[in-house]
Design a protein around this ligand. Structure first.
Ligand SMILES: C[S@@+](CC[C@H](N)C(=O)[O-])C[C@H]1O[C@@H](n2cnc3c(N)ncnc32)[C@H](O)[C@@H]1O
Length: 291
């Protein structure tokens, strides 16, 4: 099998998704839909009754394209547009005001913003990202969407998530690990990226994703929850990461199973694919530390 370039990509993903692949590929190349999560600090409301997806607790509207967010007279942007599947990991965290939360790979900051809405400025929210340029985007989102007085529990850090547990252990109630991944949707859309694709890349990314998850298991408190998520299609970066956690950290965690309003179960988690839902691709799995 040619393991590189467009042909390698095609061979790799059609061997995984089989007869589903042509439909899935077509859906990946289609125009993306968005959800606009309404910013309560902007006091904005859509004029027409918004289309909602039931089971999502943030006030939102669904559409193909939304105009760019605008500031209302309150001085804050009116909504945050994102893929509906990106809301699921935040729902999965089941955040309560007062929780101590770290978002290990947080930039540009969409999911951290949703976490902030749930935490209501209580407890602690650490938004971490190793890239300085991308950390600047987290600051910008928080300042564009939230009054300063609503950010007192929020801090932005720049650590390497794979090494975090060397410095902190058993600190957080909830850990969000929205890991860097193969992002095949972007690869398919970009002929240069597609020509550079190689099967070895997903294997290399998976090594660093596992290091981050192993680190997350040390920094969450016993009884606390980790949500692991990616926008990858490659199972090496999804269920295989949880499988490896069973192999390497057996007895230290339990899998949490949950149904979401759209998508499908996998062996260890939940996957949202655009051919059936119009959203994603997105994968998430939840684990609870028990030791
Ligand atoms: C999938 S994006 C996160 C998207 C973000 N959670 C959101 O919803 O806006 C992954 C992020 O991980 C960051 N990253 C990559 N390697 C990292 C590492 N070793 N430690 C911390 N952050 C890392 C990247 O800079 C990138 O911003």
């Amino acid at each position: 099998m040619n393991e590189k370039g467009p042909e390698g990509f095609e061979a790799f993903y059609s061997s995984i998704f089989k007869e589903r692949w042509p439909r899935l590929k077509e859906a990946l190349l289609a125009q993306k839909k968005h959800v606009a999560v309404i910013n309560p600090f902007s006091k904005f409301h859509f004029k027409e009754t918004p289309v909602q997806i039931t089971g999502i607790s943030f006030e939102h509207s669904v559409g193909d394209l939304f105009p760019s967010p605008e500031k209302t007279e309150e001085g804050y942007l009116n909504y945050y547009p994102l893929d509906a599947a990106s809301i699921l990991p935040v729902e999965a965290l089941d955040l309560r005001p007062g929780d101590k939360v770290v978002d290990l790979c947080a930039a540009p900051g969409g999911k951290s913003f949703l976490c902030a809405l749930k935490l209501k400025n209580q407890g602690l929210l650490v938004s971490n990202d190793r890239s300085a340029a991308r950390r600047a985007r987290i600051h910008r989102i928080f300042d564009d969407y939230l009054p300063k007085s609503e950010q007192k529990n929020h801090t932005v850090t720049g650590h390497d998530a794979t090494k975090w547990s060397l410095y902190q252990k058993s600190i957080y109630d909830k850990v969000l690990l929205d890991a860097p991944c193969s992002s095949e949707r972007h690869v398919l859309e970009d002929s240069k990226e597609l020509s550079l694709w190689a099967q070895g890349r997903t294997k290399a990314i998976a090594i660093s994703q596992f290091a981050m998850l192993a680190s997350a298991l040390d920094i969450v408190k016993v009884g606390g929850t980790i949500v692991y998520s990616t926008c990858a299609l490659s199972p090496l970066e999804n269920d295989d990461i949880i499988k490896k956690l069973y192999q390497k950290r057996e007895g230290r965690f339990e899998l949490i199973r949950k149904e979401f309003p759209f998508g499908e179960p996998t062996e260890y988690g939940w996957q949202v694919l655009p051919d059936t839902t119009g959203w994603g691709p997105f994968y998430l799995a939840m684990v609870k530390r028990i030791k």
